[in-house]
Design a protein around this ligand. Structure first.
Ligand SMILES: Cc1cc2nc3c(=O)[nH]c(=O)nc-3n(C[C@H](O)[C@H](O)[C@H](O)COP(=O)(O)OP(=O)(O)OC[C@H]3O[C@@H](n4cnc5c(N)ncnc54)[C@H](O)[C@@H]3O)c2cc1C
Length: 497
């Protein structure tokens, strides 16, 4: 199809149809919701304001838990043929020392669930390409993640959408959620279309997947507003020599904020440097020279130094937003429009995709015209998703507090955390399972977090020696209190909210 014809096709959606579902946004989550519903026989309209390949520095490393969700949806082949790069685990640096933490064994996690009607013709298995192979992803005994150029992954998801016969694609800007005058229930949305102006589209259900800067999330509640306290400043490194091939790298230390490095494609590596403010520094290059460059591992320095000279900096705010219950008839928020966490642990897509799996299992077989039954299921969805999402969300916030340590206690916890990883065995197995979305157990997360805190206290005792015992005792109480303060309110908020 020529691009002019394609462009025209994207503007033609029929507004006289009553759709089963309108999906707003074709980023990461929108295409998965639309495809899953279409495969369940629903008539779907998906609206995206720009179908061209986006160029963003978000959503580039997918954890094994996210890949398992793509398999359940029959969409795993979206990581094929985009030069995506395998990820086998993490390397954590602390003050020059390092620990390599591989992802879990498949046998410890169990089989992937295949959703009825969505998985067919082997679409839950990867295809062979140059970097993603059946041997590595299907036959290996360990789980794998993957890193990719975000826009290329999105184009693959969008290609899958384009092949579903029950989906109509539309290019336009959703400007308003439409409500019935009688009972204020959602009946569709208004779309601003380049050649047609503002047009009303009707559906039994409207799914809002409009992402981090969602214009609609306030419909759920006026206080559904993200908290932004830090940002990531990113650069692309070219032909970088990463310290551990096929690993995500987390560079930590008491004198600097966390730095993430992961290879996205054969020649591009992403570096994301945390900055403790929503507003980035005025002179980014000077800040990078002072607060980042000295801590970059040696093998990365040539590509880092080159990128620094080119000054192609990009930044994104790091937002935190606990989920709210979808309690409006005809409306469902999912993905970043509903729930966000710190991107430090690369868990956003994994949470969103697992929410899609759960959502489809709950409502995929319902008749959307029966909106009350759908609403009942959506009310439950809020509670059912907590167990999985809470672990990734709370972990991301707690780890960022530790790794961006400013206070003495947090620095002790940071060091204790690294020493805990160095013990190996369960001390790395459980944390990597939480991070990669393979162990949805808030109770176990709490146990491990406080085990880390106690270990930090123990290390501090060792450091103080016999003479320093009384001081270490007082510090120990204070460290445990700090650990509780960075962890408990978030856990409580996620579980109770
Ligand atoms: C700095 C940073 C790094 C991150 N890194 C990772 C990572 O490595 N791994 C990970 O798993 N997660 C990561 N995340 C989180 C991840 O990017 C998100 O969780 C994920 O993109 C959410 O998907 P979504 O579909 O909800 O939103 P998006 O992917 O943002 O998609 C929203 C879509 O809606 C469209 N849209 C918006 N408004 C309208 C409108 N009014 N009308 C029509 N269309 C509209 C947009 O054009 C877009 O295509 C990161 C986040 C940040 C901030």
């Amino acid at each position: 199809m020529t691009s002019a014809k394609l462009q025209q096709d994207l503007l033609n959606a029929d507004e006289s149809i009553q759709y089963d579902a309108i999906v707003i946004g074709c980023g990461v989550i929108g295409p998965c919701v639309a495809t899953a519903l279409a495969r369940k026989g629903k008539k779907v309209l998906i609206v995206e304001r720009d179908w061209n390949m986006p160029d963003r520095i978000v959503g580039e490393l997918m954890q094994p838990g996210g890949l398992r969700a793509l398999r359940s949806l029959g969409m795993i082949q979206s990581i094929n043929n985009i030069d995506a790069y395998p990820i086998t685990g993490y390397t954590v640096f602390y003050n020059g020392e390092k620990v390599v933490i591989p992802y879990s064994y498949k046998q410890d996690v169990g089989p992937v669930e295949k959703i009825d009607g969505l998985v067919f013709d082997g679409n839950d298995k990867v295809l062979n390409d140059k970097y993603v192979t059946i041997k590595d992803y299907e036959d290996d005994e360990r789980e794998r993640g993957v890193a990719f150029v975000h826009g290329r992954f999105l184009q693959n998801l969008r290609n899958i959408v384009s092949k579903e016969k029950n989906i109509t694609r539309l290019q336009g800007n959703a400007t308003e959620i439409l409500k019935s005058t009688k009972d204020n229930e959602v009946i569709g949305c208004k779309i601003d279309i380049e050649t047609r102006g503002k047009v009303d589209f009707k559906a039994h259900m409207t799914f809002v997947c409009d992402g981090i800067f969602s214009r609609f999330r306030k419909e759920l509640s006026a206080d559904h507003v993200p908290k932004v306290q830090s940002s990531f400043i990113g650069m692309s490194l070219y032909d970088a020599v990463t310290p551990t091939k096929y690993n995500g790298h987390v560079i930590l230390g008491p004198q600097h904020l966390p730095i993430l490095v992961y290879q996205l494609s054969p020649n591009e590596t992403r570096i994301l440097c945390a900055y403790n403010d929503a507003k980035t520094p005025q002179d980014i290059k000077s800040w990078m020279k002072e607060d980042v460059q000295p801590f970059i591992p040696k093998s990365l320095r040539p590509s880092f130094d080159k990128a620094l000279e080119e000054k192609k900096f990009r930044s994104m705010p790091n937002s935190y937003l606990p989920a709210k219950q979808n309690d409006i008839t005809g409306l469902c928020f999912i993905g970043d429009s509903l729930n966000m966490r710190h991107p430090l642990t690369g868990g956003g897509m994994t949470v969103g995709l697992n929410d899609v799996v759960l959502l489809i299992k709950k409502i995929g077989d319902l008749d959307f015209a029966d909106r009350e039954t759908v609403l009942d299921e959506l009310l439950d969805f809020h509670y059912d998703k907590k167990k999985y999402d809470c672990v990734i969300n709370v972990l991301s916030i707690a780890l960022f507090s530790l790794f961006a340590a400013e206070s003495k206690n947090l620095k002790i916890l940071q060091r204790g955390c690294f020493k805990y990883f160095q013990r190996g065995g369960d001390c790395v197995k459980l944390p990597i399972e939480f991070l990669s979305g393979l162990r949805p157990s808030p109770l176990m997360l709490t146990k491990v977090f406080f085990a880390v805190a106690l270990y930090s206290v123990y290390i501090n005792f060792e450091k103080r020696g016999a003479l320093g015992f009384p001081l270490a005792l007082l510090e120990g109480i204070s460290i445990l209190y700090t650990a509780a303060v960075v962890f408990a309110p978030y856990l409580f908020g996620e579980l109770i909210g």
